[in-house]
Design a protein around this ligand. Structure first.
Ligand SMILES: Cc1cc2nc3c(=O)[nH]c(=O)nc-3n(C[C@H](O)[C@H](O)[C@H](O)COP(=O)(O)OP(=O)(O)OC[C@H]3O[C@@H](n4cnc5c(N)ncnc54)[C@H](O)[C@@H]3O)c2cc1C
Length: 476
């Protein structure tokens, strides 16, 4: 189309208003919340924000975007951490929010699945499963805000990966609007379907760059009727890994979470989060939160107490306690999940998300301690997270005024250590714009080439979230 960018945007906006109504095409102050991320680390400028409520409307809007050559940024709950779900700062990108697509289309406890639209809040998916006496096991700190379409687009991990896998492992089917405005329907609730390429997998973790997810069929599992939550302390990260090895041997798949928190993080939570107290009396170097669950209503607690006695006898833990009630359990989780919030009251938090082999977690922590020591008191390192998955969030707390200078240097050092241990610089948060260039030298040339081919095949005109995950290959 031979129009200037502003004219194309105006024509698109007018057509969008006709399609979904002026009240669902937001500009100015109404658009502002869609232009900045959850932690206010990244900000952009949208031409306008679209809020469709039907798949046919999403399809119509994407077809219009293709016709007018306008880029679309799909957005769910806007809790993503890698600058992938907000527009760039040109003012030429249009945000397409899925928040009004929030219906539960079907739930079948016999088939152990439910079908939901992309804009359903994760906590509401969990509630719908619970009402049918089932569990949707995806769980993360942002679950009251993030949307299932965003979870699928980022292949979110979270707190129960150890037992139930990543989001990818929970998706049976998808409905996706493609870059030309057509709808790909691979939404069936089938567990087995070997009829060619598994197309839904292309879109899981693609961060809005290959298609817009409008609905999903999700796997449900048996409910967790008895839950036991332990808070244990150990001297060293090596002891934490030894505790993990032993616990897996005893409890196997009953462990849904195995989380590490440092002494620095625990004390920060107790100081800065209202009402939070350390679950064990004395300070200890490292704390482990373990959650066990099964489908029976009783018996797990008694078994756990017996195992705990053995842990003390064998010297595998220094101290520990079992949550006596839901309030104590919530307090333990508040400490774990409040790590970023608590430390952001001490300084600016440089957040990261990396993974190495579980056995290499102690080495990674030691290497991070070593390079941050060079900065003296200016930088505090805060490793915490899902060590049962080999996934650490190595955050750095730095003075706010020095964050711009320090953050890139700290990332460079961290990523070099992750490389040395043959890990990955993104475990569960994705790539976005934040890590787009950093993945290039770390993936094989053939993998990058294939990613480029997929992007240019599915989105030849770069309509969908351009600049996120992968730079568009030059046109022939
Ligand atoms: C406090 C907090 C705790 C967190 N804990 C975890 C954690 O434990 N594990 C974890 O993995 N992540 C975690 N996150 C990161 C974040 O919550 C997840 O990445 C989440 O899956 C993003 O969902 P969202 O709906 O907010 O997506 P958004 O932020 O809106 O979007 C994320 C990406 O997906 C794309 N997208 C969104 N919706 C669609 C769609 N329907 N179709 C196509 N593309 C789409 C966007 O363009 C963007 O690239 C946390 C974030 C916060 C703030």
């Amino acid at each position: 189309m031979n129009l200037k960018p502003d004219a194309r945007l105006s024509a698109f906006q007018a057509a969008a208003i006709e399609l979904i109504g002026a009240s669902h095409v937001l500009t100015g102050a109404d658009a502002a919340p869609y232009e900045v991320d959850f932690w206010k680390q990244y900000a952009g400028k949208a031409a306008f924000v679209l809020r469709p409520s039907l798949t046919s409307e999403v399809a119509g809007l994407v077809a219009l975007a293709a016709r007018y050559g306008v880029s679309i940024v799909p957005q769910g709950g806007n809790t993503g951490l890698v600058n992938g779900g907000i527009p760039d700062d040109t003012g030429h990108e249009v945000v397409l929010s899925l928040q009004r697509m929030n219906r539960i289309r079907a739930i079948d406890p016999a088939g152990d699945y439910l079908t939901v639209e992309a804009g359903v809040i994760l906590a509401d998916v969990q509630k719908a499963a619970e009402a049918a006496d089932r569990l949707f096991p995806l769980s993360l700190g942002a679950e009251g805000s993030c949307r299932i379409g965003g979870n699928i687009a980022t292949n979110a991990g979270g707190l129960n990966v150890l037992r139930y896998g990543m989001t990818r492992d929970l998706v049976l089917g998808l409905e996706v609007v493609l870059a030309d405005g057509s709808v790909l329907d691979v939404l069936k609730p089938l567990r087995k379907d070997n009829t060619g390429y598994d197309l839904k997998q292309l879109f899981i973790g693609s961060e809005g760059t290959l298609g817009i997810i409008t609905a999903a069929t999700l796997r449900l599992v048996a409910p967790a009727r008895e839950r036991v939550t332990l808070w244990l302390t150990v001297d060293t990260p090596d002891a934490a890994i030894e505790l993990f090895r032993h616990s897996r041997g005893v409890f196997g798949d009953l462990i849904s979470s195995f989380e590490l928190v440092s002494s620095y993080g625990v004390e920060a939570a107790c100081t800065h989060l209202p009402g939070v107290r350390r679950p064990v009396a004395d300070p200890h170097p490292w704390h482990i939160l373990i959650e066990l669950a099964w489908t029976f209503t009783s018996g797990l607690r008694e078994r756990t107490e017996t195992v705990m006695a053995t842990l003390f006898e064998k010297g595998l833990v220094i101290d520990g306690t079992i949550a006596e009630n839901e309030a104590q359990r919530q307090m333990m989780w508040r400490i774990r999940e409040g790590q970023s919030e608590a430390t952001s009251q001490i300084g600016y938090v440089v957040r990261s998300d990396v993974t190495v082999a579980i056995a290499d977690i102690p080495a990674l922590i030691a290497r991070c301690d070593a390079f941050t020591a060079d900065y003296g008191a200016e930088v505090s390192v805060l490793p915490f997270g899902h060590i049962g998955d080999g996934n650490l969030h190595v955050n750095f707390v730095v003075p706010k005024e020095k964050a711009k200078d320090l953050a890139p240097r700290l990332f460079e050092s961290l990523f070099a250590e992750v490389d040395a241990l043959q890990g990955s610089i993104s475990a569960e948060h994705g790539v976005g714009r934040a890590k787009r260039d950093a993945i290039v030298p770390r993936k094989s040339a053939s993998a990058m080439r294939m990613m480029g081919k997929l992007k240019s095949t599915l989105d030849p005109d770069g309509i969908l979230n351009p600049g996120v995950v992968i730079a568009m290959p030059p046109k022939d």
